[in-house]
Design a protein around this ligand. Structure first.
Ligand code: SF4
Ligand code: SF4
Length: 164
């Protein structure tokens, strides 16, 4: 049923324009946003730090350290040189737009329109340098499983953790 397709972000209509189910789309996005906030329990940077510390502890073979709001991630090279940003699998993207709406950093944008005008434009990573280092909040937002992030271990040499 269309209402379920909309709620789960699977609708394949070319656009939401004029669709009476827009409130369903809004509800879906609101629930996803709430889930993101609940998981974060703080800012994107705090959230990223907690994950980074847990990853670092796991790599070092120690138990997870207690995250502290006073510890921050410091970038050791310019942001553009750090390969931390999402990748979208085009075959899985249905153009729902949730990633664009829910990523506060403004990383995603719609790609070119479908020449046949049948499908929504697939989204692209238009501004990778805006992605918050170690954030991965958009991965669960994409219910199609179309967003992939790099392995945190791959950027260890570019960052360190500092007490404020
Ligand atoms: S990447 Fe996922 S969340 Fe973003 S538009 Fe495509 S299907 Fe939607
Ligand atoms: S990981 Fe995703 S949600 Fe977080 S800043 Fe990067 S693109 Fe946005």
């Amino acid at each position: 049923m269309l209402v379920f397709d909309c709620f789960f972000g699977r609708c394949e209509r070319p656009s939401c324009d004029g669709c009476m189910l827009k409130p369903v789309r809004s509800l879906r996005r609101m629930l996803k946003a709430r889930e993101m906030e609940k998981k974060a329990g703080g800012s994107e940077a705090d959230d990223a730090l907690k994950r980074a510390e847990a990853a670092a502890a796991a790599i070092a073979g120690a138990g997870p350290r207690k995250a502290s709001a006073s510890r921050k991630v410091k970038l050791l090279v310019p942001r553009e040189e750090i390969p931390w940003y999402p990748t979208i699998k085009p075959d899985l993207c249905n153009g729902c737009g949730d990633c664009q709406v829910l990523c506060k950093a403004g990383v995603f944008e719609p790609g070119p329109p479908d020449p046949a005008g049948i499908q929504r434009p697939k989204f692209v990573v238009a501004h990778p340098e805006r992605c918050v280092v170690l954030c991965d909040k958009c991965v669960p937002v994409c219910t199609s499983g179309g967003i992939v992030m790099p392995d945190p271990k791959s950027i260890e040499k570019y960052i360190e953790y500092v007490d404020e």
